[in-house]
Design a protein around this ligand. Structure first.
Ligand SMILES: [Zn+2]
Length: 458
């Protein structure tokens, strides 16, 4: 693919006049890179030259030893770096005492190059001053900091477009987030880029959280949304699993903002990469108005986390909840027949090692009874429970134009009352039940409350 680019012409062979040591003043050369991007004007050779001449002339101890400039988008795409090489050669020949340059990421191609060159120059007493990072390589702490920063610089120099990402990073460190509002449901962009809740879309967001908490698999949430003809974030008829997962995971909905989640890896292709620690991230709490409470949000994160990798086997409410005290594996459902014709059968839960662990089997009916009693007696005031009901009813009492969502939530149990639990509702607030050898059950609820109950009444 041939791309037409606006190219800034550089007089590559017109290197600075070399000067010899003069009245104890330091001979300072500047190294610049001239961008071939559209914003080349503000970054032009001329502008950089006058900037560096001013900078150096204004320091009485410095003497301008010239500006060396190469053309390129990023450190890695520099081909010959003619000016850079000439500058280093002149420094080694004793004509330059110090090099001033904008930043580590603009200096050499990669970490190894950066460190090699800096050390070579250092060994002959030539300093490099990085403006952005305020580092003097001859300074005592210089090399230590450079080692650290270079590893960042290497990622950065992998062609993050400097000018545009600088602006972005400045915004990040000021704590201002932005999202592609057109493809982001729940918020509109305010005049100054602030987040403004879009009430209609916020209901959809809350419904997604509610359905997930109630125990809908994400695929079922997708089906519901499509059946209700709720448009996806890209304003399409079809939702995909990824849309829903990212809505469930996005901290923006609880009003916070994690900044610099991704960064541009390849400036030319605009390819983005997840930031896995290559660049700093900033977390801003209460950045904007929340759509779901942080209790709800945090609960959903834990649920997502605990379900990751766990097989959604049977859809029975207690699957993957009962754990054997002895071997730690999940109890599985089993059907016991009391007679040969199969007329009387009962469902029980058993360790996969059957009786080998010495832990008792649990009759499903008994388990359900214990759960109901427990909820009625003890869990009714659980914070998470209240929160769940709160969020669900906030959707249920929404405006009449949102009737379709209300209906949905009703038919998935959204209108439940404190006295009216289905066993599935109860199971959803149970994190785990450990079955003990002494015939007791250790319940752990999702909000961290636990109870130890006898399996059989004495
Ligand atoms: Zn076991």
């Amino acid at each position: 693919m041939v791309e037409h680019k606006e190219v800034v012409k550089i007089e590559g062979t017109d290197f600075p006049k070399l000067i010899t040591k003069n009245q104890g003043r330091i001979r300072v050369a500047a190294y610049a890179r001239v961008s071939t991007e559209k914003d080349a004007q503000q970054n032009s050779l001329k502008a950089q030259k006058s900037y560096y001449i001013d900078l150096i002339d204004n320091n009485p101890k410095w003497e301008f030893a010239g500006l060396y400039a190469d053309e390129g988008i990023s450190g890695t795409s520099f081909g010959r770096r003619t000016a850079f090489n000439a500058m280093i050669a002149n420094a080694k020949a004793g004509f330059i005492d110090m090099i001033v340059t904008k930043s580590i990421s603009r200096f050499a191609r990669n970490t190894v190059d950066t460190l090699t060159i800096i050390r070579e120059l250092k060994s002959i007493g030539v300093a490099v001053w990085f403006e952005k990072e305020s580092i003097d390589t001859l300074d005592a702490k210089g090399e230590f900091i450079i080692t650290l920063l270079s590893s960042l610089a290497q990622e950065e120099s992998r062609s993050i477009s400097e000018n545009c990402t600088w602006g972005q990073r400045k915004r990040f460190s000021d704590g201002k987030a932005t999202v592609p509002f057109a493809r982001f449901i729940g918020y509109n962009r305010g005049r100054n880029g602030e987040f403004i809740v879009n009430e209609e879309q916020a209901v959809t967001v809350r419904a997604i959280y509610a359905m997930y908490i109630i125990g809908f698999p994400i695929s079922a949430i997708k089906q519901k949304l499509e059946a209700l003809r709720i448009p996806s974030p890209g304003d399409k008829e079809n939702w995909n699993i990824g849309n829903i997962q990212s809505i469930l995971r996005n901290e923006k909905y609880k009003g916070d903002a994690l900044l610099q989640k991704t960064y541009t890896v390849d400036f030319l292709t605009k390819r983005k990469k997840k930031n896995e620690g290559e660049l700093p991230q900033y977390y801003v709490s209460e950045h904007h108005e929340a759509i779901v409470s942080s209790t709800i949000f945090n609960f959903v994160q834990e649920k997502l986390e605990s379900e990751r990798g766990k097989k959604r086997m049977a859809l029975t409410p207690f699957s993957s909840k009962l754990i054997c005290e002895v071997c730690g594996s999940y109890y599985g459902p089993r059907v016991w027949h009391a007679d040969k014709i199969g007329k009387h059968k009962k469902k029980v839960w058993q360790c996969k090692h059957l009786t080998a662990c010495g832990t008792p089997h649990v009759e499903d009916e008994r388990l359900q009874q214990v759960c109901r009693d427990l909820v009625c007696d003890k869990i009714a005031k659980s914070d998470v429970r209240e929160n769940l009901i709160g969020i669900i009813s906030s959707v249920v009492i929404a405006e009449s134009r949102l009737d379709r969502i209300v209906e949905t939530l009703n038919d998935i149990g959204g209108g439940m009352k404190m006295t009216d639990y289905s066993i599935a509702d109860i199971a959803m607030i149970i994190e785990s039940v450990e079955v003990k050898r002494n015939c007791r059950l250790e319940f752990l609820f999702i909000d961290g409350v636990n109870f130890n109950i006898a399996l059989y009444q004495s």
